[in-house]
Design a protein around this ligand. Sequence first.
Ligand code: CTP
Ligand SMILES: C[C@](O)(CO)[C@H](O)COP(=O)(O)O
Length: 241
Amino acid sequence: MVVGAGLGLRYGGKTPKPALKVTGRTLMVMSIEAMAAGGCTDAVVVVNDQVAKQLGPELAALPIPVKQVPGGASRQESVYNGLKAVRDDERLSHAEVVLVHDAVRPMVPAKVVSAVIEAVQGGAEAVAPAIPVADSMRILDPGGGSAVIDRSLLRAIQTPQGFPLQLILEAHEKMAASGDQFTDDVSCAERAGHHVTLVEGSRMSMKVTEPSDLTVAQALWEVRDTFGHHSARRIRRHLGA
Ligand SMILES: Nc1ccn([C@@H]2O[C@H](COP(=O)(O)OP(=O)(O)OP(=O)(O)O)[C@@H](O)[C@H]2O)c(=O)n1
Ligand SMILES: C[C@](O)(CO)[C@H](O)COP(=O)(O)O
């Protein structure tokens, strides 16, 4: 599932973030291709009307089947909408593993996607890619001060996050009933009582949040081979297309 129904307020501008381009291809299409390159067989794309209007024709020409679902007011609500659509789809409801990915992390390497899938297939309940933080870290206190924290214990969490379908569906049902809100899906699963497993993420999986991120993404894309990144050609070969 690729979620792309956000408003992109921190980015600003008229073009919705999933329709922005890195070297000529939209973030949404790159994200779906990245999932396919890592082993996903179907895509559920969660979008708002504006994104659907702009990306409709592109979504019809992808290497894996794509189902479009309307988004919600928060990321969590958008993911829940996507999961309900999977539950209600005769074919997709048989899926064993579901990955939830941000459309705005278009350059995630295939090896990260497949590591998440393999961890779930190996029995993990809730899986997220993670990377160490590079800056020194301090935590703010209510008095206006701050204190150092040991950054070796911290990880920045990325997507795609992977789960057995039934587990994450039930976790989101519980969060919707309780009103608990989280910024990612492993946290929903954890609140529902499940164990979170971290696998190695990648700096290529950066999130396009603010305008300068797109400049960085362009630059990183140019040197993607040095990260062992997939190519569109390899995806087509892999799928026999
Ligand atoms: N209601 C929402 C909010 C977010 N997302 C998606 O969740 C991912 C991560 O969100 P991010 O892009 O950081 O947030 P936005 O809500 O789009 O941006 P902002 O917070 O700046 O408005 C994005 O692919 C975004 O489209 C979504 O599907 N539905
Ligand atoms: C899901 C996520 O990308 C993991 O790092 C992140 O939590 C999304 O944050 P946002 O601020 O809601 O976009």
